[in-house]
Design a protein around this ligand. Sequence first.
Ligand code: AP5
Ligand code: MG
Length: 231
Amino acid sequence: MRIILLGPPGAGKGTQAKRIADKYDVPAISAGDLFRARIKDPGDPLGKELKEILDSGALVPNEITVKMISDRLDQDDCKNGFILDGFPRSVEQAESLQKMLKEKGIELDAVVQIGVDDDKLVERISGRFSCGECGEGYHDKFKQPHDPSTCDKCGAVDKFTRRSDDNEETVRDRLHTYHTQTAPILPFYEERGMLKTVDGMADMDDVTRQIEAVLKAEKGPNAHNSPKKFG
Ligand code: AP5
Ligand code: MG
């Protein structure tokens, strides 16, 4: 199982990547999470630069991002597959990924777009929080923990955190970055017959079912469907 999950900020890429990863026993690789891990490390010289970029809603330069993903894909746990969440995010990155996978002798099974309208995304992002211990994601309205201070998954108490780029201004900038730089990769994958689209406006379980149906129906890189238009 080697797939890419595409979609605007707040579409549910991280939520669905974790679910599919658990089911197929492959790692979910989030470019944003890899950057945030480096920001968290006080000894990492790149951390400060990355934090400024993430808080501005812009993309991290390709030379940093592409190498980081390439190194991650070389790790042992990716041997049987992976789910890429948030990479690629530009046509240049998509081209780098094609080249990188060819060199590594890897073929993608599917590229899945999670389509969500823009007005829904701000609500999704502004209500999001996660467990600082295990990373489990929650939402003020759509997925509350059973006990407001305790993580359902790992039991950590008072460890919930919110991302510093989840404020309204940065969300608008992230959406602009998505529409101008990331959305152009949809035709890139559509032309190659790899793009599948699921309706991310549905509830979380329904979206998971739609992705699983795509993965089951996938007959190879030439299978084709047209992307639904969102936003
Ligand atoms: P990244 O961390 O990838 O952020 P993003 O793309 O903005 O996406 P999010 O993580 O905000 O949303 P998501 O789609 O994962 O949604 P989630 O599942 O959490 O990137 C951050 C930054 O890193 C970028 O801005 C950039 O600076 C940099 N970066 C990353 N990749 C890069 C790259 N390739 N190149 C250069 N720079 C890069 O869901 C959101 C909320 O909604 C949650 O609370 C969830 O519980 C809820 N939810 C999810 N699904 C549903 C549903 N179906 N119904 C109701 N609620 C739902
Ligand atoms: Mg995410």
